[in-house]
Write a protein that binds this ligand. Structure first.
Ligand SMILES: Nc1nc2c(ncn2[C@@H]2O[C@H](COP(=O)(O)OP(=O)(O)OP(=O)(O)O)[C@@H](O)[C@H]2O)c(=O)[nH]1
Ligand SMILES: [Mg+2]
Length: 239
């Protein structure tokens, strides 16, 4: 089955300023395009979640992208990242269903925020492999399977930098399970981006695993302010 990238971009960039950071020029390339380019080889299809008023500019930024792209517009804007993830994953699920070969709910998707342009493709590939059950063993895993002990493959594989912060906008999910979990969290009024994860069977990729994989520390860096953006632009210019 195809591997999906879901880029979530429906935020208002208030810390950034008066422009949409998703399409802001980052060392010559719109930031969202940098994110998409970084994950192009590790995925087969791209879903972009955004508001309808962002779509034209984002489509321009994505012109010539090597993988097929679909847009998943927020039915209601400003419902938060969890709603954006849900909308993007439902689009991946529907796209997979269109193929008619497998249940779209099982589609595997790497969800990433539009402001993480250093995303490491080797990490993305490793997360998918773990979701498919052929990554590293569980022995050195800091969490192992959550939920029941059935030993089934997980619904999510989430990096945990410093064994602390769950990187839920830098993780792979089974589309149907995670979209359902987002629905549930939102129905409860819980907008915390971590909330849906705890309803799923998930595995984490902790500090040791990240080091063993040689993951670029900057993969998890997200750019919120103009200052962070300028510093990143300098880093890209040097690369
Ligand atoms: N669809 C959708 N995505 C969102 C929403 N809020 C944030 N996001 C996305 O979630 C990711 C992380 O959000 P933030 O870093 O807070 O970005 P932001 O909300 O645009 O920026 P700030 O206004 O400065 O908080 C980014 O990719 C945003 O585009 C929302 O209400 N809807
Ligand atoms: Mg925000």
């Amino acid at each position: 089955m195809s591997r999906y990238a879901v880029v979530v971009a429906g935020g208002r960039s208030t810390r950034f300023g008066d422009r949409d950071k998703a399409v802001a020029d980052l060392a010559g390339t719109p930031m969202i395009r940098r994110v998409a380019d970084r994950v192009a080889d590790a995925t087969d299809r791209l879903v972009v979640n955004c508001r309808s008023d962002q779509r034209e500019a984002i489509e321009d930024a994505m012109a010539g992208y090597p993988n097929p792209v679909r847009y998943a517009e927020d039915p209601e804007p400003d419902e938060g990242p969890t709603a954006g993830i849900r909308t993007g994953l439902r689009a991946a699920e529907a796209w997979a269903d269109d193929d008619g070969t497998a249940d779209g709910r099982d589609a595997a998707a790497f969800v990433v925020a539009c402001d993480m342009p250093f995303v490491d493709p080797a990490l993305v590939a490793a997360l998918f492999d773990r979701l498919d059950g052929d990554g590293e063993g569980d022995a050195g895993d800091d969490e192992g399977d959550q939920g029941d002990d059935g030993g089934d493959s997980p619904d999510a594989v989430v990096p945990r930098v410093d064994d602390e912060w769950f990187q839920t906008t830098h993780a792979v999910y089974r589309a149907g399970a995670m979209a359902d979990a987002c629905d549930d969290a939102l129905a409860r009024g819980d907008r915390k981006v971590i909330a849906p994860l705890f309803e799923l069977e998930y595995e984490t990729v902790g500090a040791d695993d990240l080091a063993a994989l040689g993951v670029d520390d900057r993969s998890f860096e997200n750019l919120n302010t103009r200052e962070e953006f300028e510093a990143a632009a300098e880093a890209f210019a040097r690369r």
